[in-house]
Design a protein around this ligand. Structure first.
Ligand code: CP
Length: 308
């Protein structure tokens, strides 16, 4: 049984296979309507549970549509409405769901919840985001970069802002796909050392640079994310804004990157905070391709999990 829990826990060759499969499946759809099935129906007869303990637009809709395009069925479950939210253990929930469904995707707060679900489920489990990582997003981001610019290996990726869960999965991907990664942000919001160590141990060049203009020099890809994550307290907002304002991605900052650099943001965004609308809607931006590619990348991940 193959769980998709994190990019660093998945073999690099298998990750590459998933990205290539995602490209092929996207091309094979050949512009057909979103609701039309794929030629291949590898999930026919399969039921997928999509559990959300946090809000979601992209993850929810892209998994749901992806399963349906591949001939399967979904049930979208809110953690709050399940017994999970009223004291039933994660282990028992995992054992019970495994009797009904073929695959579980869960978006939750604590990484421990995801790991306990995977330990006790007898069907594959996919990480749809925890407070620590967001691997499905970064698989879509790697796919998006390569769709526009070819292999990401050896490229310079610059992360501006908060060293959050999306940044953590980017560091895992740097190690697994072999690109260089520069983090620029205030020291209190540095990514965990463990994520940096993983990428360095795999041979990637990881740089922490406090000056955003120096950091972005020669970048192939500039990435940012919201300054206040879903799990951060509202009381942190003002302090975060003050800390992160110098790291806003605007046209002046983007002009330091390579002329053909791409700009990414996993969305949802707070326009004109972490990135200006001029950048988000400008010539470097591929943010809506990123959002679309969640669909294709996750279809490949689900096929890999189920071996179909
Ligand atoms: N990027 C992302 O995971 O979006 P949602 O929170 O809308 O799922």
């Amino acid at each position: 049984m193959k769980h998709f829990l994190d990019i660093h826990k998945t073999d690099a060759a298998e990750l590459r296979g998933m990205i290539d499969a995602a490209h092929a499946m996207k091309i094979a759809r050949n512009g057909r309507p979103r609701g039309a099935p794929d030629d291949e129906m590898p999930l026919k007869g399969r039921m997928v549970a999509l559990i959300f303990e946090k809000p979601s637009t992209r993850t929810r809709v892209s998994f749901d549509v992806g399963v349906r395009q591949m001939g399967g069925e979904t049930m979208v479950l809110s953690g709050k409405e399940m017994q999970l939210g009223h004291g039933e253990t994660i282990a028992d929930t995992a054992r019970v769901l495994s009797r009904y469904v073929d695959l579980i995707m869960i978006r939750t707060f604590e990484e421990a919840t995801l790991l306990e679900m995977a330990e006790h489920a007898t069907v594959p489990v996919i990480n749809g985001l925890t407070n620590r990582t967001h691997p499905c997003q970064i698989m879509a981001d790697v796919m998006t970069y390569e769709e526009h610019r070819g292999p990401i290996g050896g490229k310079k990726v610059v992360w501006c802002g908060d060293g959050n869960n999306v940044c953590a999965s980017f560091l895992h991907a740097a190690g697994q796909f072999g690109f260089d990664f520069t983090f620029t942000g205030p020291e209190p919001l540095d990514p965990e050392e463990k994520f940096v160590e993983f990428a360095r141990a795999k041979g990637s060049r990881i740089t922490i640079q406090r000056d955003p203009f120096t950091a972005v020099e020669g970048a192939d890809l500039v990435v940012t994310d919201t300054w206040v994550s879903m799990h951060d307290p509202e009381s942190a907002k003002e302090r975060r804004h003050n800390q992160l304002r110098p790291y806003q991605v605007n046209e002046q900052l983007m002009s330091r990157a390579k002329p053909d650099a791409l700009f990414m943001h996993c969305l949802p965004a707070h326009r004109n905070d972490e990135a200006t609308s001029a950048v988000m809607d400008g010539p470097h931006s591929v943010i809506f391709d990123e959002a679309e590619n969640r669909l294709h990348a996750q279809k490949a991940i689900m096929r890999w999990c189920l071996g179909v």
